[in-house]
Ligand binder design. Structure first.
Ligand code: NAP
Length: 292
């Protein structure tokens, strides 16, 4: 990589970011596109987010991605929001337009593109059980609502956060039936018509391996099961268990790929090479010895 005084900087703000495949994926895209740009991992603890955002401005970064746990907190630190970010109240991509920081959210589009690459959802017939109510869950819920799903059940550890998401959906899509459950409810089994199950919590990430409150035994080949969490070493335990029951599964890599491609488009105005980005993700996985 030939870094010069002209090289444009972007990066991912999160905590942790050491697991992130985005630097490898995005740098592969920039190289293939012949762009003088570099993408950096930027580990930023919650108490330093405001300073980090000022840093993006001060150091004239072209932009940044934002990941766990900052997607919601960053909203109030930006100068303006596009429609996707304003609706969801969550930002995963910042674009620096001459010092004005603009918040976008490419997670929802990324999720839908990844989903449609592995299945052909009949949205009006699909009920969704969404586990999680954080930044990623908000974007996925809004994207699915926009596609006209039949109903949505939100299952989250914090009822308050689930209700916040319920209110966002009520404003954006008042006709969508939304039900809210907490982890304490003993209704964790899958209602019969919840044919799509999505994990949008960080459970399943390295160091956060507590099982999800989903009765995996009730899954069948009629279910589509998605996990936004991605692991370098293969499937999450949740997705592996769902695959064993015959469900159609979608891991987090597909969404990572498509939300990242959309972010590059926002920063550069150019279409990135998705195949190169996919190879960059997969080459990392094949670097890892089987026994790990
Ligand atoms: P976030 O805004 O911080 O939300 C975290 C969510 O996880 C909340 O629902 C939170 O519940 C829940 N949670 C965290 N720790 C938990 C625990 N110990 N027990 C139960 N629930 C717990 O994070 P985010 O940005 O939405 O990201 C969520 C996950 O999606 C992360 O693993 C992230 O890597 C992944 N993601 C992947 C992609 C992709 O491209 N594949 C894109 C975006 C996000 P509370 O509301 O109760 O705190």
């Amino acid at each position: 990589m030939d870094i010069t005084g002209e090289t444009k900087l972007v990066g991912v703000l999160g905590f942790p970011v050491s697991h992130s495949l985005s630097p490898r994926m995005q740098n592969a895209a920039f190289a293939a596109m012949g762009l003088d740009m570099v993408y950096l991992p930027l580990p930023v603890g919650p108490d330093m987010l405001e300073a980090a955002i000022e840093g993006i401005r001060a150091m004239n970064f072209l932009g940044a991605n934002v990941t766990i746990p900052h997607k919601i907190a960053v909203v109030t630190l930006l100068d303006r929001l596009d429609q996707s970010a304003a609706l969801s109240g969550a930002v995963n991509t910042i674009v620096n337009r001459d010092g004005a920081l603009e918040g976008h959210n490419t997670d929802g589009t990324g999720f839908i593109r990844a989903l449609e690459a592995v299945s052909s959802p009949n949205y009006p017939e699909t009920s969704v059980l969404l586990i999680g109510a954080g930044g990623a869950a908000r974007s996925v819920a809004l994207a699915l609502a926009d596609k006209g799903i039949r109903s949505l059940t939100i299952l989250n550890r914090s009822l308050e956060h689930a209700r916040d998401l319920g209110e966002i959906l009520g404003r954006a899509c008042p006709r969508l039936p939304v039900k809210i459950l907490s982890f304490e409810d003993e209704t964790n089994g899958l209602p019969k018509d919840n044919m799509m199950v999505i994990n949008a919590t960080s459970l399943g990430m390295e160091g956060n391996l507590k099982p999800l409150p989903v009765a995996v035994d009730t899954l069948t080949e009629d279910h589509v099961v998605c996990d936004l969490v991605y692991k370098e070493s293969g499937e999450t335990p949740f997705l592996a268990a769902a695959a064993e029951k015959g469900a159609t599964t979608l891991g987090g890599q597909g969404m990572l790929l498509h939300q990242g491609a959309e972010a590059i488009h926002l920063w550069t105005g150019k279409e990135p090479p998705v195949d190169v980005m996919r190879q960059a993700i997969e080459s990392r996985r094949s670097d890892i010895p089987e026994e790990l």
